[in-house]
Design a binder for this molecule. Structure first.
Ligand SMILES: NC(=O)c1ccc[n+]([C@@H]2O[C@H](COP(=O)([O-])OP(=O)(O)OC[C@H]3O[C@@H](n4cnc5c(N)ncnc54)[C@H](OP(=O)(O)O)[C@@H]3O)[C@@H](O)[C@H]2O)c1
Length: 301
């Protein structure tokens, strides 16, 4: 049976924290959760954009509780400040949706010295998850959803040069960041289960969805973005695998959700597979150790 949001019971009394919720898949995920009565925290790097998203959500779902909080995932200082502020304000998290991301920008290093895609897409979310884990694991039926991509096949973890200091390949760097998100989701689930927690760690990808993610691709390709939304997914369809991973009642820890048609590019959300490298448990252990050193956040180890 096709999974749809209609099957989801009310989410009143639950709290979702969504990164990069001002636009694209994160915004559509937030909007859908609001339609179910879930309280939202929009964790965004630009507060003006976050407030605009809040206004748009409240215009449709007037009774939703929505709070905007500043978070720049490419800065560990910002991630720590966010986690402190969040923990002072809230005592639980039902859904942590690690959604924010960038794709194939020109080479730059974050203020912490990490390649920008690895920093924002992966290391920032690793640190955020670790810092907020005490709130997540004490919340019954909680889930952590990590956004990966079909592009997890484009790269591998470059343990000897994760920051591309010896030559940048933007496609490979995006692939590295997205396979890291997927390996993290799987490894986090193994570690949560081993520690006896009931929180599920799951992953999702949207197939191909027309969003701002393509902003760093050549301008002529961006002309086709609206068409891509018609032929493949618009942002609200693209959010369905994330919502299925977060809310589906047949979801198990370690599941990976994506669209079912056109080789996972579009369609209704189902459980999907991922490549062999993403399931390499030895590499995942090594990645976890490297991430703890890079982020300075140690958990479940
Ligand atoms: N669209 C697709 O086809 C596709 C395919 C596979 C995977 N994905 C994944 O889906 C996720 C969402 O992407 P999208 O398509 O919705 O892209 P999008 O429309 O560009 O949205 C990305 C969101 O991430 C935020 N963000 C970027 N860098 C950030 C940082 N350093 N700190 C905090 N927030 C940051 C953006 O904020 P600003 O608005 O301020 O830039 C925006 O809110 C990403 O993880 C992406 O890799 C998307």
């Amino acid at each position: 049976m096709t999974w749809t949001l209609d099957q989801v019971p009310t989410q009143k009394g639950r709290l979702a924290l969504i990164t990069g919720a001002n636009i694209g898949l994160g915004f559509e995920t937030a909007m859908a959760l609001a339609s179910k009565g879930c309280e939202l925290v929009l964790a965004c790097r630009n507060m003006e954009k976050a407030e605009a998203a809040k206004v748009a959500i409240l215009a449709k779902h007037t009774k939703t509780k929505v709070t905007c909080m500043q978070l720049d995932l490419s800065s560990l200082k910002s991630v720590r400040a966010f986690a402190t502020a969040f923990t002072e304000r809230y005592s639980k998290i039902d859904l942590l949706i690690n959604n924010a991301g960038i794709m194939m920008p020109p080479f730059s290093l974050s203020e912490d010295g990490f390649e920008s895609q690895l920093a924002a897409n992966y290391i920032g979310h690793f640190a955020l998850t670790g810092l907020l884990l005490p709130l997540v694991v004490k919340t019954p039926s909680s889930r952590i959803v990590s956004l990966s991509s079909m592009a997890h096949r484009w790269g591998n973890i470059r343990f000897d040069d994760p920051n591309f200091k010896n030559g940048y390949n933007k496609r490979e760097a995006y692939g590295q960041s997205k396979i890291a998100c997927l390996m993290f989701a799987y490894e986090l689930n193994r570690r949560l289960a081993k520690a006896g927690y009931t929180t599920l760690s799951v992953a999702a990808h949207p197939g191909v969805a027309a969003t701002n993610l393509t902003q760093h691709l050549p301008a002529f390709l961006n002309l086709f973005t609206p068409l891509m939304g018609l032929v493949l997914n618009n942002a609200s369809h693209g959010a369905l695998p994330t919502l299925y991973a977060a809310l589906g009642d047949d979801i198990k820890g370690g599941d990976y959700c994506g669209p079912k048609d056109m080789r996972q590019m579009r369609g209704a959300p189902i459980k999907v597979g991922s490549n062999r490298a993403s399931r390499d448990e030895t590499a995942a252990t090594k990645l976890w150790a490297m991430s703890e050193v890079m982020s300075g956040v140690k958990f479940l180890s």
